[in-house]
Design a protein around this ligand. Structure first.
Ligand code: PQQ
Length: 245
């Protein structure tokens, strides 16, 4: 950043450049997941740890919802809560994620207990919720902008996993299907909010910093999985041990 105010188009281009450089589609653990190079046990570890992200996303959105100043903004943001928590038990994104962990052979009560999480998963996800709680509303909204890039990685992931692994099918991967429409709807809103409200150099820096921070959250979750589950002998004490090879 040079200290100059960017036009909305320049700001959007700078945000997209951050995604092109730092989004977690580039992480070696994701490349291995999508290219069929992981064992079922390693995929279990990914799904179990990612469950924590899934179940904290509604808490993150509820935190932001409580801070939003207008009914219009709250109406927009509360859809995210419904997407993840559903309107009834067994419906919604978190419930669909548990279908994936069930399908991979994980015990549901164990997944929900969060006991097997890697310490770094917890630190990374909690840092995201705290960021959204503590930073400006503009930065909090901007931190969701990784979703601009998620439809591409989700399409790659679903097609790669269906092609390479016999232990998943389109039902167990059903979590991802609605995300292909929900994520663009959500990120369109967040992007237009940011384009309109990030007007000063400080605000624009905060927005760009928020997206870098969030890319770091996602990246560090995969670093932790890569460290613990790819090289034998590195699973931290108390963390999940794969129940299959
Ligand atoms: O599968 C993915 O790679 C991926 C990435 C992201 C993201 O970029 O933050 C989200 C999701 N999935 C997702 O399913 C989801 O519900 C979600 C919510 C948010 C957010 O920051 O509010 N990101 C993401």
């Amino acid at each position: 950043m040079t200290g100059q105010i960017l036009s909305p188009d320049e700001l959007e281009a700078a945000l997209r450049a951050i995604g092109a450089e730092r989004y977690h589609n580039l992480h070696p653990f994701h490349r291995a997941l999508h290219d069929g190079r992981l064992t079922q046990g390693q995929v279990q570890a990914w799904a179990l740890n990612r469950y924590y992200y899934q179940c904290r996303i509604p808490a993150k959105d509820a935190t932001l919802l409580a801070r939003l100043p207008t009914a219009e903004l709250r109406r927009e943001w509360r859809r995210r809560l419904v997407d993840h928590d559903g309107e009834a038990p067994g419906i919604g994104g978190v419930a669909r994620w548990l279908k994936l962990t069930d399908g991979l052979g994980l015990d549901r009560a164990y997944v929900e207990s969060l006991e097997g999480l890697l310490p770094a998963t917890k630190f990374a996800v909690d840092a995201y919720v705290e960021f959204v709680r503590d930073r400006s509303i503009l930065a909090a909204i901007a931190s969701s902008l990784t979703e601009l890039f998620s439809p591409t990685i989700i399409s790659e992931r679903v097609s790669g996993m269906l092609r390479h692994y016999d232990f998943v099918n389109s039902e167990t991967l059903a979590y991802f299907h609605p995300r292909l429409t929900q994520a663009p709807r959500d990120s369109d809103f967040a992007l237009s909010y940011v384009r309109e409200h990030a007007r000063t150099v400080e605000q624009q820096e905060a927005v760009l910093g928020a997206l870098k921070f969030k890319c770091g959250v996602l990246w560090s979750m995969l670093d932790a999985l890569d460290y613990a589950y790819v090289t034998p002998g590195r699973i931290p004490p108390g963390a999940f041990w794969p129940t299959c090879p």
